[in-house]
Ligand binder design. Sequence first.
Ligand code: FDA
Length: 301
Amino acid sequence: MSLFNKLIVGTLPLIPKFIVGSISKRYIAGERMIDAVRMVRKLNQERFMATIDLLGEHASRREEAIEAADEYVRLIEAIAIEKLDSNVSIKLTHLGLKLDYEFCLANVSRIVAAAKERGNFVRLDMEDSSCTDDTMRMYMTLRRKYWNVGLVFQAYLRRTIRDIRSLIDDGMNINVRLCKGIYNEARTIAYNDKEIINRNFALLLRELFQRGGYVAIATHDEKLVWEAFMLIDEFKLKPEQYEFQMLLGVDAELRRIIRDSGHRLRVYVPYGSQWYAYSARRLKENPQIARYVLNNLLKGS
Ligand code: FDA
């Protein structure tokens, strides 16, 4: 982590909440489900698909995890009623993974079953490396019973190439989102070098395309978008065999460029009252935004 980033991470708790709030508006649909519904309706009108995420992670009480599962079931219902082109993304720690694996599995199964009934799909986001084994295990358990569940792979993890091969060798017809990875991980676990992460991303994408997986290419890095375009062309893929994904509020111009080149693109739309933790994560991740925050602070706005 650069000195500037370390400084930002260290001083983040001192930044007034209203400033974080004003910055976070760009990345978050709002606090309520209706805000997410409105945002997705707008995105759909612009020919973008969506995936909705209820903000939250690391539930510390069972009630919290059950409430999150209830909200997801209501959300799946709302997506169907409003006829939105959107699926949902969930975080296992929000649904009790760190409390009890079986309890979490029951919560997640409830969401996946509700989505199946509505012909919808559930993406299991990938969290830090302490969750990787359990997330893969839960994915495999669910996938045996449900077709409508997918996983995320992180290109910065050294293990990812082995994980992909083992899933495919097991005969899994996989649907994965490939991203770089957002958490701070030790060098023994994850590549730290940006160039290596990018090359590994391209390598994993090739492996997935070669072996017939459905891939959601989740990046705002134009170099990787270019790599993906080349591979899509090389493998002669049809638009329905893959999709691009980007976060709400990040590089809307690139989003339109990808769409207008004939590719499908899904926008990740977070909502919920736990916007502060999510925004803090975004700020830690992206020094440019942190600079923006600092400028605001210095201007006293
Ligand atoms: P990179 O970080 O190099 O960014 C490329 C460009 O985009 C830069 O110019 C940068 O400024 C801009 N940019 C990127 N992120 C930005 C931001 N937040 N705000 C403003 N500008 C930004 N990770 C994970 O570990 N588990 C997961 O489940 C997911 N899920 C997920 C879903 C989707 C749809 C996306 C797009 C991303 C994720 N991620 C994730 C996050 C991912 O791992 C990664 O941290 C970010 O996407 C940033 O990596 P890029 O590939 O965009 O490249």
